[in-house]
Design a protein around this ligand. Sequence first.
Ligand code: NAD
Length: 357
Amino acid sequence: MPRKTPPPLKIAFFDAKPYDRRFFDAANRKFGFEIIYFESKLNRMSARMAEGCDAVCVFVNDTVDAAVIDELVKAGVRFVALRCAGYNNVNLAYAYGKLLVTRVPGYSPYAVAEYALAMLLTLDRQIHRAYTRVRDNNFSINGLLGFDLRNKTIGIIGTGRIGGVFANLLTGFGVNLIGYDSHPNAELAERCGLRYVTLEEMFKTSDAISLHCPLTPDNLHLIDERAIGMMKRGVFIINTSRGKLIDTRALIEGLKNGTIGAAGLDVYEEESDYFFEDLSNQAVYDDQLARLLTFPNVLVTSHQAFFTREAMTNIAAVTLQNLDDCAENRELANGICTHCDGSRECPGKTRPCRGGL
Ligand code: NAD
């Protein structure tokens, strides 16, 4: 009897957009998985749609909490493949021993770092305002005065892959670079002329602060009323990391009283109901988001810092490779569990990380 070939891995792909299909279908030519694309986000209601699938593929605004994990396990799912770097939306402690979770770290730190720099320069030189003015035949430059970045103090919170590239890009601008990280990187500091400081010193001395750390239970609302109270008048805040790092209410107060000179937000605390969707036919019911959109010195974009050809190509290839490694019981390069973030020295029961399975 000829041996039967096993059926291809079946993947329920949540929050699918046309660009996801384009890059994942191309990457899947190498693997031949069965990918079922769902437009809806993964949540308690939609989890059942994964019935009979081996894996789910999820993005930043899908929910993988305890209730969803229970539903997924009931549906027969074994693997959760995040097609992003951050994993704050997954209850890793609850998933431990039930589901293998993988992510895509560092798919293109350049995409996000270059975008953060673009936001900083756009806000400084008010290019977003100049663009709309000129299109309205208003060629006045009144009110568009910026400043040279040279000799300004730029604070970077989180000097990992993205923060590191951001620091490197800024070395060409002649700025004074300061950094804060729970794990300082001496080599980066030396190479980029970056000085590690306390958070307090960063808040007190920076002309602009860019956030590049993950969201964890310890740093929820890292930028709050107290932090903003310490900042230099006119400071710029750039957030391409996660929305909940900033207390939006405090940010709005800071913008109103002039402490915050400008804010570049590619992420927002309550973005999941809005970002990535075309809602141009309806009102914004989130009053804080609506308020943010009224400030001329606030640039809000819809979590697009990652969105380059190179990043999408890497995301698709690595996500599917992660799933192949899960299915074939190979060593997981990008497994994450409650004990580790994909480090091969997972201190959990399994080493390298197999998420307790
Ligand atoms: P990374 O793991 O390479 O670096 C994160 C750095 O933050 C590490 O050096 C770590 O030590 C440090 N850190 C952790 N907790 C900290 C804390 N409480 N305070 C200060 N530093 C802390 O991650 P990365 O690839 O550079 O990505 C950073 C974050 O960027 C991700 O977690 C994700 O939230 C966000 N991101 C956003 C987008 C986007 O499209 N907007 C895309 C990719 C990643």
